[in-house]
Design a protein around this ligand. Sequence first.
Ligand code: HEC
Length: 321
Amino acid sequence: MKFSSTSVTFGVAALLGSVCAHAAGINWSSVPGKEVVLFYPGQSSWEWALTPSEMSGGEDFRKGKDCATCHIGEEKDMGPQIVTGTPRVFKTGEKPSIEPTPIAGKPGAVNATVKVANDGTDLYVHLEFAAGNQPNANQNPADTRVTVMFNDGKVPEANRGGCWAACHDDSSGMASAGAATRTMYLPRTRAKLTRQGGGDTLADAAKLAELKSSGYQLEYWQAALNPGQAPKTDTQIVFDKRESAATNVVTAEATQQGGVWSVTLKRPLAASAPLSAISAGNTYYLAFALHAGHTAKRFHYVSYERSFSLDGKTDLVAARQ
Ligand code: HEC
C-alpha cells in the first residue's frame, strides 16, 4: 500500500475520541486499496467530450466505448498539462488550452488510495491522499473537500461517462456559462442539448416525472475538511440541478498527518427514498472529486468512474467486514 500511515492515523483518531469512533469497526489494514488518480479537468464538459473535433474519442464514445476504457492510466499525464492553461501536446499534435484561468503552481493530479467496506448497516468509503503543495485559491472556506458521486446504475450517461454526465458547458464557470449560476444537471432533464449545453429549458413535466420515478439521479456525498476540525458533510442529489437532499445521511471522519489526509465517509446502506438503498447483487458506480487548496466549483480534481458493489466482480467491492 502506498500510504502505510493507516495505523498511525487511527492511533491519532483514538486520542481525538468519539468523533472518530464510528469507523473503529472497520479494520482498514485488511481491506485491499485501489489506486485512483484524480486529475484536473479544466473546462472539459460533457458536450466538449462528445465533440470529436475537441476530444478525438468523442466519436468512439458515441459508438459505445466508455471514457474510462480509453483514459484510466493516463490521468497523471492529463491533469498536469490541463492545469497550466497552455496548449496541450499529444502524439497527434497540439490542442488548445481548456483552462482559461489557471491557478499558478497548482499540481495537476493527486493519487488516492480508495478502500470501501460495509458492516451490514453502513457503507464506508475511505480515501487516503496527499494533495501536494496546493496554492490557496481563496474560493472556499474549506481547505479540502472530498466528494463521492454515487450512481445506482440508473443514469446510463454516468455509467459510461462518470461525473461528465453532470458537468455541462453552461454550468457555472464553464466555457459557455457566461454569468449563469447553473449547477450540475443530468442530460435527459433538458429539452435539448447543444454544444453549449442544455440551458434552462427542461424536458416536459411528464418526461421529468418518468425520469424521476426510474431513479435517474446521482447522489453526491461530500465531506468538507479543515485541519483540526470535525468534517462537515452534505448529501445532495443531482437531477435537473444539484440540491441538498431532505436529510443529510452522510457522516465523515478525517485526519491529516504529514500532508496525508485520511478520510472516511459513512452512509447508511438502507437510506430511504429518494436516496438509493444499497444492497447485495447490484452494480453501482462511484466517482471521486477533490477540491484542494480552498477551491470551489470546477477547480477540482476528478476521477473516472469505477464500478462498485457489495459483493460482485466490480472495480471496488465493499465487502462485509
Ligand atoms: C476512444 C478513446 C477515447 C474515449 C472513449 C474517450 N477519450 Fe478522451 N481522449 C482521447 C484521446 C485520443 C485524447 C487526446 C486528445 C485528442 O486527440 O483529442 C483525449 C483527450 C481527453 C481529455 C484531455 C486530456 C489532456 O491531456 O488534455 C479529456 C479531459 C478527455 N479526453 C475526457 C474524456 C471523457 C470525459 C470521455 C467520455 C465522455 C472520453 N474522454 C472518452 C480518447 C478517448
